[in-house]
Design a binder for this molecule. Structure first.
Ligand code: CTP
Length: 398
C-alpha cells in the first residue's frame, strides 16, 4: 500500500511516544521506508533502539554526533511525508514560532513535503489559548493536524488531549500520501454544521450538529484534488487549509444564498449541513423581555437548499444529500433522493450506535438513482468521508 513511499517520523517528549512503535510497524508493514527523528526528550519515553529495530534504519536525535553533522536538509527533502507523532506542547510552540534548537526542528523547517502532526497533551494544556493559537498558526503554514481524542490522560484525568491511535494516524498518512488527484480541476461545494435562526439579538433556535461530517467530506474532496467551497454554519472547529474556501454563515437563509452563489461553478455538491426547516416568523431587533407566563413563537418554513440545487442542476453536476432518520429510514431516504432530485443520498440512522450528531464515528448507507444500495460499517467520520468521496468518484467515472 505504501510501497516506495518515504516517511519521516518525528517523535517528541510525551508519554504517547510509546505508540510510535506501533505506528512505525504499521508503516513498515505497508511497505514504507521509515526514518525516525527524535527530540532528546522523546528518548526519555521510548528507546531509539526500539524504533531503529522496527524501522530498520538508524534513529537520529542530534544535529551533530561525534563531530559528524546530521544532514537535516537532505532528510527534509528525502521524505514524501513527515509525521510528528506525538507532538508535544513544547514542539508545537517551536513550530508556530520557527524555533530551531534541535535536529527535529531543523528537519521540520527544511521539509518540502506535507507535514502531519498528532498532538498529545493534557486537557488543560490542550485548551490553553496559547496552544490553540499555536495550532492555528501551524495550520496556517499548511500543516495538517490530526485531531486529539477524549480519554484517559497521563495525569490520570479524563478529557481531551489524547493522541490519535496509531491506526488512525496510519490511515491519515495513507490518505495524504496516496491522494491520487482524481478530482484535480473539479470544484466542489459542501455545506456543514447547523444553522442558527435568530429570535432576537441574543437568542436563536439551533441544533446539535458539530459540522464534523461535512468538514471531513470537504477535506476528503480536497485531498483528491478538488477545489472546495465550504459553506459552514456556526461550529467550534476551525478550518484553515489551502484549497478549502470557507464561507461562514449563521442562518438557513445565509446558507441558501451562499450556495446559490457558488453552485453554478461546481461539479459536485454535498449537502451535509443540518439546516433548520423552520425559522421564526418575526425577528425582533431588540431583546425580547419576559412578561406573560406563557410565550409562543410562530415559525415559517426555510427554503430547502438541496431541493433548490436539485431544481437548477445541470447535466454533469453531481448532487449528494444527507438524510438523518429515526424510523422507516430507507423509505424516507429514498423519498428525499427523488423529491430533491439528488444523485445520491447518504442515510444516517439515529438507531445505529455511534452514528449521528456529536460522535466521532458514523454509520452510513448510501442510495443512488440507479436503485443501488451501499452499506458501510461504523467508522471514523474521516473514513466515512473517504468512502463517500470514493463513491462520488466512481459515479463520475473519472
Ligand atoms: N436540507 C437543505 N435545506 C433545508 C433542509 C434540509 O439543504 N432547508 C438538506 C440537508 O442538508 C440534507 C437533506 O436536505 O442534505 C435532508 O435533510 P433532513 O433535515 O434530514 O430532511 P428534510 O428534508 O428537512 O426532511 P425532514 O426534516 O422532514 O426529515
Amino acid at each position: 500500500m505504501l510501497q516506495g513511499k518515504k516517511i519521516l517520523l518525528g517523535l517528541t517528549g510525551s508519554i504517547a511516544a510509546y505508540k510510535a512503535a506501533l505506528l512505525t510497524r504499521l508503516l513498515v508493514k505497508a511497505g514504507a521506508d521509515v526514518k525516525v527523528v527524535m527530540t532528546p526528550a522523546a528518548g526519555d519515553f521510548i528507546s531509539p533502539l526500539t524504533l531503529s529495530t522496527l524501522s530498520k534504519n538508524p534513529v537520529v536525535t542530534e544535529l551533530a554526533t561525534g563531530g559528524v553533522w546530521s544532514d537535516h536538509v537532505h532528510l527534509g527533502r528525502w521524505a514524501d511525508c513527515m509525521v510528528i507523532a506525538p507532538l508535544s506542547c513544547n514542539t508545537l510552540s517551536k513550530m508556530a514560532h520557527g524555533a530551531c534548537d534541535n535536529l527535529l526542528m531543523a528537519v521540520y523547517l527544511s521539509a518540502t513535503c506535507p507535514v502531519i502532526v498528532a498532538p498529545a497533551m493534557d486537557e488543560d494544556m490542550w485548551k490553553h489559548p496559547s496552544t490553540q493559537a499555536n495550532l492555528s498558526a501551524i495550520r496556517r503554514y499548511g500543516n495538517r493536524v490530526i485531531p486529539v481524542s477524549n480519554g484517559e490522560l497521563a495525569s490520570g484525568l479524563y478529557g481531551e488531549g489524547r493522541m490519535a491511535e496509531p491506526e488512525e494516524i496510519f490511515a491519515y498518512i495513507v490518505h495524504e500520501v496516496l491522494s491520487t488527484r482524481e478530482l484535480a480541476g473539479r470544484k466542489a461545494l459542501v455545506t456543514a454544521g447547523p444553522t442558527f435562526e435568530p429570535i432576537d439579538p441574543v437568542r436563536f433556535v439551533g441544533n446539535h450538529s458539530s459540522g464534523k461530517m461535512g468538514i471531513a467530506i470537504a477535506r476528503a474532496l480536497r485531498s483528491c484534488g478538488a477545489e472546495v467551497e465550504l459553506v459552514l454554519g456556526p461550529v467550534s472547529i476551525e478550518v484553515n487549509e489551502p484549497g478549502i474556501t470557507v464561507r461562514k454563515v449563521q442562518s438557513a437563509e445565509e446558507m441558501y444564498n451562499s450556495c446559490q452563489e457558488v453552485f453554478a461553478d461546481c461539479d459536485i455538491a454535498v449537502m451535509a449541513a443540518a439546516v433548520a426547516d423552520y425559522t421564526p416568523r418575526d425577528k425582533s431587533s431588540e431583546k425580547i423581555k419576559k412578561r406573560e407566563e406563557e410565550w409562543s413563537l410562530s415559525f415559517i418554513r426555510t427554503r430547502d437548499i438541496l431541493k433548490s440545487l436539485g431544481t437548477i442542476k445541470r447535466v454533469g453536476q453531481f448532487l449528494v444529500g444527507f438524510a438523518l432518520e429515526t424510523h422507516r429510514e430507507k423509505e424516507h431516504a429514498l423519498e428525499k433522493l427523488h423529491s430533491k432530485n439528488a444523485d445520491m443520498i447518504v442515510l444516517n440512522s439515529l438507531n445505529d450506535p455511534g452514528a449521528g450528531f456529536g460522535h466521532d464515528t458514523n454509520k452510513i448507507t448510501i442510495f443512488d438513482r440507479e436503485g443501488l444500495q451501499y452499506d458501510f460499517d461504523t467508522k471514523s467520520k474521516d473514513a466515512v468521508a473517504r468512502d463517500i468521496v470514493q463513491l462520488i468518484i466512481r459515479k463520475l467515472h473519472v
